[in-house]
Each structure stands twice: as structure tokens, then as C-alpha cells.
Design a protein around this ligand. Structure first.
Ligand code: Q9C
Ligand code: ZN
Length: 374
């Protein structure tokens, strides 16, 4: 399997995040990628650092994210420092919680007006921003795991370019699979919110990219997103919640981050009803057998959908020794997982998401890809 990679993805390197009420070293480290790169090289994978220069990133980003959010990501660090913020990173101190907005007469009036006008979630933050002119970092983020450093924006664009380069190669040639080895990850990123180490939703943008760049005389290809990261991909779910042309299926830890999404009754809305599937699995007890059994069920749903392409949110934070997660999948379990995904028999784009056990992350990722190929 061909692998796409870029050293620019390593530029995002915040010293810390706030987790469990403490300042802790940032888990989503650049080393994650170099360890995987080295392991894949020693397993004979072909790694290309040639990125497609012709892909207009902005045009594709705007199908998933709002224009003001994009401006924010581009200028946040500079603005923060200019206003006297520390030079380490941008990190919000307050968030416009829904109950805060409700209790503020001024804002409540406006949000009600927005609701009546039927403003979509893609435009909601932008509308609040336009009305109140609060260019506050809390408006664009929902947790404390997304510090924006001097080079975060550059790394984020590199991560997306790796993903779209891979998507283009997959959809324009006869490849049956390809791996986008990238970071920062993407599946928690919302239309106008960063969170969970994610800034731009790489896989959601890739799904739209494939649909919009496919030959105009064929019907818009159906895309399935299979999310095997330990955490629920709230951003990917949200991007296609009312869209029947993109199926979203996720296996994830029950009652864990991002806590407020990923329930079984989230099944899509409007025309998208019946095209969103969540499989929350118990923390502590989910090992190889339990995981693979549920993955088989998820794969059956993907097969029934008959997608033209399968996009896999590849996280290995389901690993038994992952420092922030709670499943018990083993290194050999990932061979099985790769094999089950291969049984879908569709062109497949793997996109790197989470996984934080540095000692095993290389072997675990390589086993998924090897399991897929064998
Ligand atoms: N109890 C990804 O894997 N905080 N993001 C974790 C765990 C945020 C994970 C708290 C984790 C985000 C792409
Ligand atoms: Zn994760």
C-alpha cells in the first residue's frame, strides 16, 4: 500500500494541554508520525513525500468549514500575541456555553432569531460573530486540547494536503488502497470549532473532495466513513448528518470523550436519516474478540450501502496500553481488524487519527495495513 506523508505535519508541537485538571505534556506529539513512518519503512511500505501542489485547499475546506473559522485559524496566533498573549500558544479561557447564551437577553434574542431563520450550524458561529464582533478564541473551540502555536496553521494545511493528495490518487487511479500518514488529526473538528487535537476535518473534506472531483458524467459517488478511532468522530458525524450520500459508522468508547455525542439513537436527520451508525462499546472490557465482532456488524452496514469509496478514520488509541483510552485491543488484534476492513472490497483511503502509546503505535498501524493487504 502506498503511503503519503509530509514533514510539515511535524511542525505543530505544543508543550502541553490541560487534562484531568492538570497541565500535562501534549499527547498528540510529532514523534507519533516519525515512529509510524520508520516502522512502515522497515516493513517495506513505499512512502511518498510528494504532495499534489494543484489542489486548491481553501475551495475544498469551505465545503465543510466556515470562512470565518478558516480566517480565525490563519490569524489566531498572530492576533493573540499582538494582544499580549503568551508566545507559547492560543488557548481559550472561556466558552460561549449554550446556557450562558440562553441567559443573556441580548444573545438569546439573536440566537432565537437565528433559529427562526433556520441558519445552519455551518453558519451559526459566523452569524454570532457577525452580530457581536467577538473575535474570541472561545467561539472557535470546545475544549482545552487544541493549543494554537506559531506553526499550527502550517501543519494543519500540510495534514490536509497529505489527505487530499492520497484521496486524489485513490480516486483517479486504479489503486485499491492508500494511507494518509498525517497529523494533526481531524475527526473531532466541527464546521467552526477545533477540539480533541483536531483543527480541520481531513476525512470529511476528503469525502467532499472525492464527490466533487469525480467525473461529471457519472452520478455523485457514495462515500462511507468507517471510524475506528477510540473516540467518537463528532465532527465527521456532524458534517454528513443530513446527507444520505455519505454514510458515517463509528465504533468508540462509551461515555468517554467527547462525552456528548456518539449515542446509538443518533441515526441522521432529514434525508440523512438511517445513514449514521454509532457503536459505543464498554470501557475496560472491550478486547480483540468483542471489538472484531462489532466491527463485522459495522462492515456489514458499509457493504449494504454499496459505497464507491471507503474512508477509514484510522486511530489506534483502542490499544490496551493507550495512555488516554480504555479498550484492550492488542497488537495482533490490529491484523484481524485490517482483514475485516479488507472484506468490504472497495477502494479504501486510510486517514491517520489518534493513538498515543508511542512504544507500539508503529507496529499497531502497520498491522492494520498489513492485515488489510494479506
Ligand atoms: N479521558 C483523537 O484521538 N481528551 N483525539 C481526552 C480522555 C481529548 C482525542 C480525555 C482526547 C482527544 C483524535
Ligand atoms: Zn481518538
Amino acid at each position: 500500500m502506498k503511503v503519503i506523508f509530509s514533514k510539515e505535519c511535524l511542525l505543530h508541537d505544543p508543550p502541553f494541554e490541560v487534562l484531568g485538571g492538570q497541565r500535562v505534556p501534549y499527547f498528540e506529539k510529532p514523534e507519533r508520525l516519525t515512529i509510524i513512518e520508520n516502522e512502515l519503512r522497515s516493513n517495506g511500505f513505499e512512502i511518498s513525500e510528494e504532495l499534489d501542489p494543484d489542489i486548491e485547499l481553501k475551495e475544498h475546506i469551505l465545503r465543510v468549514h466556515s470562512a470565518d473559522y478558516l480566517d480565525y485559524l490563519e490569524t489566531a496566533y498572530e492576533t493573540w500575541v499582538k494582544q499580549g498573549g503568551n508566545e507559547i500558544s492560543v488557548l481559550p479561557e472561556a466558552f460561549p456555553h449554550v446556557n450562558l447564551l440562553k441567559a443573556s437577553p441580548n444573545v438569546a434574542q439573536t440566537t432565537n432569531a437565528i433559529a427562526r431563520a433556520g441558519v445552519s450550524s455551518l453558519e451559526f458561529t459566523s452569524t454570532v460573530f457577525e452580530l457581536f464582533r467577538i473575535p474570541h478564541e472561545g467561539l472557535y473551540c470546545f475544549d482545552l486540547s487544541c493549543p494554537i502555536t506559531k506553526d499550527t496553521h502550517k501543519a494543519t494545511l500540510a495534514s490536509l494536503r497529505v489527505t487530499l493528495t492520497a484521496a486524489k490518487l485513490l480516486s483517479s487511479s486504479a489503486l485499491d488502497s492508500i494511507f494518509a500518514l498525517c497529523r494533526p488529526p481531524g475527526h473531532h473538528a466541527m464546521p467552526s470549532l477545533c477540539a480533541g487535537y483536531c483543527f480541520l476535518n481531513n476525512i470529511a473534506i476528503a469525502a467532499r473532495f472525492i464527490q466533487h472531483t469525480s467525473s461529471p458524467d457519472t452520478t455523485k459517488p457514495k462515500v462511507a466513513i468507517l471510524d475506528i478511532d477510540y473516540h467518537h468522530g463528532n465532527g465527521s458525524q456532524a458534517a454528513f448528518y443530513d446527507d444520505p450520500s455519505v454514510l458515517y459508522v463509528s465504533l468508540h468508547g462509551e461515555n468517554d470523550y467527547p462525552y456528548f455525542t456518539g449515542f446509538t439513537d443518533e441515526q441522521g436527520s432529514g434525508e440523512g436519516e438511517g445513514y449514521n451508525f454509532n457503536f459505543p462499546l464498554p470501557r475496560g472490557t472491550t478486547g480483540d474478540d468483542e471489538y472484531c465482532e462489532t466491527l463485522q456488524r459495522a462492515v456489514a452496514i458499509v457493504q449494504k450501502f454499496e459505497p464507491a469509496f471507503v474512508l477509514v478514520s484510522l486511530g489506534v488509541d483502542t490499544f490496551i496500553d493507550d495512555p488516554i483510552s480504555d479498550f484492550k485491543v492488542t497488537t495482533s488484534g490490529y491484523l484481524r481488524i485490517g482483514g475485516i476492513i479488507a472484506s468490504i472490497h472497495r477502494p479504501t483511503l486510510f486517514v491517520m487519527e489518534g493513538g498515543y502509546a508511542l512504544e507500539s503505535i508503529g507496529k499497531n498501524v502497520s498491522n492494520i495495513l498489513r492485515g488489510f493487504e494479506s
